[in-house]
Design a protein around this ligand. Structure first.
Ligand code: HEC
Length: 398
């Protein structure tokens, strides 16, 4: 994935060099030893991205000294920079095709940040009827379906996103001009930013691909399974590419059997580039789901927003699917299907770990810790805040 190439290939190497240098200095100064103050400082720097004030450093060191490292992490998580900078940089690559960190605050990132701040179940990110917006009057431009100006202003005016009076949750379905009912709104999936990035042009399959990368840590290549039923593969996919049906059988079906069946959830969505907004047409299948029908007329014809998860059977059963139903209608149910899987929990922990520890998990001890934190995540009502705290404690040094 290009995001990984970016973070490990570039940032990671720079950080690695800096850390090696620091490590060498530390080894000379105090071999292998980091006291509570060093641990507190490292934890704060890594969670908030800024150094602690003297008072916060003292308080965190005190908590670590008395055995309450999680309490110390909570103090760092109270810093506004955790929300406005650290979390913003963490989520931004999820919101565009290039997986670039250099993008404006938008309704996707603001909603993800708000869910963490309010410690709502992180599963809401893919299924809740919620979007976070600036409170009335905080900036001049109101939320708009056709522009990102509201969020641009929130960022440019450095509005404190950690303040619950300034960044507030509202149901997507109640936004003026919304085309979403409560049942159709599906967390970040149905935000404007996600629509622009993943519903524009194409065939809406891209939305699933990026959800899988960001929330299951798997690109299509890792989900490929040529043993799934082919009955949901759309008409636009040739059954004999280059005149060779074995290519279809041994290659194309690997992704399209499973992917076309889940991407059906998005059949009523389109990004209207003239208006610059997401279109949702309940009951009316968007033409992009029916294009190139003559490529293989006997292929699947999308008639509604039904989705089925064929990957529950076969090798991808090991993603740990736990939703009651393996299919349904619309993006919200599919969001639940992804968010309730074990793969989702482990994936979210892995990404936080890498963000907070400045390195991917790379030892059997790290792997066990990922599983433990994923267990805590689920047991604590899917608290992603807690995952940040637990990861910071694991990497604070000893
Ligand atoms: C590794 C997974 C994978 C395999 C294998 C694969 N595809 Fe796809 N295919 C995708 C994804 C993902 C998209 C959506 C891309 C996007 O819109 O960003 C897609 C889109 C398509 C589209 C729609 C293109 C458009 O936008 O109009 C067609 C047609 C298609 N694939 C045909 C095929 C054929 C034929 C094969 C076998 C030769 C094949 N695919 C193999 C993942 C795969």
């Amino acid at each position: 994935m290009s995001r990984r190439t970016f973070s490990i290939g570039n940032l990671g190497r720079v950080r690695g060099a800096v850390l090696t240098l620091l490590g060498a200095v530390c080894l000379v100064a105090a071999p292998g030893w980091a006291g509570p103050r060093e641990q507190a400082k490292r934890m704060h720097d890594r969670l908030a991205g800024v150094p602690p004030t003297a008072g916060v450093l003292d308080a965190m060191a005190g908590l670590i000294g008395s055995g309450d490292a999680l309490g110390a992490a909570d103090l760092a998580l109270a810093n506004r920079a955790f929300y406005t900078t650290s979390l913003k940089n963490f989520f931004t690559p999820w919101t565009n095709q290039e997986q670039s960190v250099f993008a404006e605050l938008n309704d996707y990132t603001a909603t993800a940040i708000g869910i963490v701040r309010d410690d709502r179940p992180w599963t809401d990110v893919l299924s809740a009827d919620v979007v976070y917006v600036g409170a009335p009057g905080v900036v001049s431009a109101p939320y708009s379906h056709t522009s990102n100006e509201h969020y641009r202003q929130l960022e440019q005016q450095r509005v404190d996103l950690s303040d619950p009076a300034l960044l507030v949750p509202v149901p997507q379905s109640t936004l003026p001009g919304s085309q979403l009912s409560e049942d159709a709104a599906a967390g970040v999936i149905t935000t404007r930013a996600a629509g622009e990035a993943f519903f524009s042009a194409g065939t809406n399959r891209r939305m699933f691909r990026f959800l899988s990368m960001n929330f299951l840590c798997r690109d299509m290549e890792q989900l490929k399974d040529i043993s799934r039923p082919v009955d949901r593969i759309r008409q636009d996919v040739s059954r004999s590419p280059g005149g060779d049906s074995s290519i279809f059988q041994n290659h194309c079906t690997g992704c399209h059997s499973g992917m076309d069946a889940v991407a059906g959830a998005f059949a009523y969505f389109e990004w209207d580039s003239d208006q610059g907004r997401v279109i949702h047409t309940p009951g009316l299948v968007q033409p992009k789901h029916l294009i190139n029908a003559n490529t293989f007329p006997f292929g699947y014809v999308t008639v509604d927003n039904r989705w089925d998860n064929y990957w529950r059977t076969g090798p991808n059963a090991n993603l740990g699917w736990r939703r009651a139903e393996a299919g349904g209608f619309g993006a919200k149910g599919l969001g639940e299907e992804l968010a309730m899987s074990r793969a989702f929990s482990v994936c979210q922990v892995e990404q936080v770990f890498e963000h907070v520890c400045f390195r991917p998990p790379n030892s059997p001890e790290d792997a066990a810790e990922i599983e433990r934190i994923a267990d805590v995540f689920e047991a604590q009502g899917y608290s992603l805040r807690r995952v940040f705290a637990e990861s910071a404690v694991h990497c604070m040094g000893s």
